[in-house]
Design a protein around this ligand. Structure first.
Ligand code: ATP
Length: 424
């Protein structure tokens, strides 16, 4: 399964894939020698060495057969001839038809909106991977679908703790990931929505409205539609948030990912079946919404809490330093008085005395609370607010902070959450 690192060739039969987890200490080089193959929807260029960073988990899939050459060690490396990829390609074909139908229609026709796909399912069911495949296949055909990432746990577009959207104009680079040229990002500040469910909903709504505005002025993007990636939290409040996202983004295709193929079927209602039937029941009165069950790939790697924490930390490091250490963030010293730091949410909106008798003060999920700058803020990831309103100055001490670039920050108002990062 693991490989020590010497040069080697792997011949892949049609409709099979080579599943790889790069070794922990060094990158892996890989190239396509013959045939055609793709990584999560993006075709490999022939005879061109690609370098994959340590720990990356991915698969090289071929529809018609290919030969791959590799150099470098791997933790895992095996060929699988049973994959759900053909069913994913079929989904893509249906979406493609809908895009073609939407394109010629005038903007005031509701059908001028291409497919709005939302991918749901438990953790480690391959949601991000399927989202990438659908986006890359669409981009390959010349569409410009919008990728919406509502998963604050890992952060496929920017860093964990954010929700974001960005147009995908080219198949996604299997090494670099989602392009970061023009993302629209909202900082939630926590890696689980339960910290402030209402704020999460407010931000999802805000993101949806801005995306909607952008799409309304662009027929091509509108016909291309969206692919929305969600969190793996599908029980209780997590399920409510999925319904909220479906409703807010007016999703019309819900893809429910679930169980891996099994030789022995389990007769208990599994989590995928349950989620699929619950969503289908809720949406049965909404015409034109398809709720589709899809098989999870056996190649999706399960990640425990410790691994997730590590990959969050890698993701934040990558944000500041770049994938190949090619960015140079700046360490700066500033006076405490140069910044005002806030947390969002918490305190009551109005005092009880100001409310009608019997009414309970409701917590305002977007209420700002000033934060004292002290040791508690060490290693906290802060977002720079676009707010222009002046606010109170806190004290006259200094802090050292890491910023993506040199020079002044665009604003002195910073937002803290619970996302932390310790540079190692
Ligand atoms: P989350 O629980 O964070 O929402 P998810 O359901 O989005 O996870 P993915 O991120 O798509 O799951 O997949 C989990 C990991 O498995 C990723 O590192 C991904 O690259 C890897 N992976 C997915 N499919 C395959 C495959 N066919 N072969 C090898 N690795 C794969």
């Amino acid at each position: 399964m693991a490989h020590g690192g010497g040069p080697r060739q792997v011949k892949l039969d049609r409709e099979s894939e080579l599943r790889i987890e790069v070794g922990y200490d060094a990158p892996l080089k890989l190239r396509l020698l013959s045939g055609t193959a793709e990584i999560f929807g993006t075709e490999l260029p022939p005879d061109f060495w690609l370098t994959f960073p340590p720990r990356l988990k991915f698969a090289v899939f071929t529809l018609n057969g290919a030969t791959i050459e590799m150099e470098g060690s791997t933790e895992t490396e095996y060929t699988a001839d049973e994959t759900p990829n053909i069913s994913y390609v079929n989904v893509h074909a249906v979406l493609e038809e809908r895009r073609h139908r939407a394109k010629p229609l005038p903007p005031d026709d509701p059908n001028s909106q291409g497919p709005r796909v939302i991918v749901v399912g438990p953790t480690d069911s391959g949601k991000s991977t399927l989202s990438k495949m659908l986006l890359s296949w669409a981009a390959k055909k010349g569409w410009k679908p919008t990728f919406v990432d509502l998963d604050i746990g890992q952060g496929a577009i920017t860093i964990p703790g954010c929700i974001a959207a960005t147009p995908i104009e080219m198949p996604i680079d299997p090494v670099e990931g989602i392009p970061l040229d023009i993302p629209l990002v909202y900082f939630y500040g926590h890696t689980t929505p339960s910290n402030n469910v209402d704020l999460y909903k407010v931000l999802v709504k805000e993101l949806a409205q801005v995306v909607e505005r952008q799409l309304s002025g662009n027929a091509e993007s509108r016909a291309s539609g969206m692919v929305i990636n969600t969190m793996g939290w599908i029980e209780g409040q997590g399920y409510e948030l999925l319904l909220h996202a479906i409703d807010t983004f007016n999703a019309n295709v819900v893809l429910v990912l679930g169980q891996a193929p099994m030789t022995v079927r389990i007769f208990l209602l599994n989590s995928q079946e349950k989620l699929w039937s619950m969503i289908r029941n809720v949406l049965k009165n909404k015409p034109g919404v398809d709720v589709v069950k899809l098989q999870k790939s056996g190649g999706v790697v399960s990640r425990n809490a410790k691994f997730r924490q590590k990959s969050r930390s890698h993701r934040i490091r990558e944000y500041f330093y770049g994938l190949a250490n090619d960015l140079s963030p700046h360490s700066n010293i500033a006076n405490f008085s140069d910044f005002s730091v806030f947390r969002i949410g918490g305190g009551p909106q109005a005092p009880r005395s100001a409310l009608p008798i019997g009414a309970e003060p409701a917590a305002d999920p977007t209420r700002l609370a000033p934060v004292n700058i002290n040791r508690d803020l060490l290693h906290t990831v802060l977002a720079v607010s676009f707010a222009k309103e002046p606010d109170q100055i806190i004290s006259r001490k200094t802090i050292t902070y890491l910023a993506p670039s040199a020079g002044e920050l665009p604003s002195k108002y910073l937002i803290a959450g619970t996302v932390t990062w310790l540079e190692t």
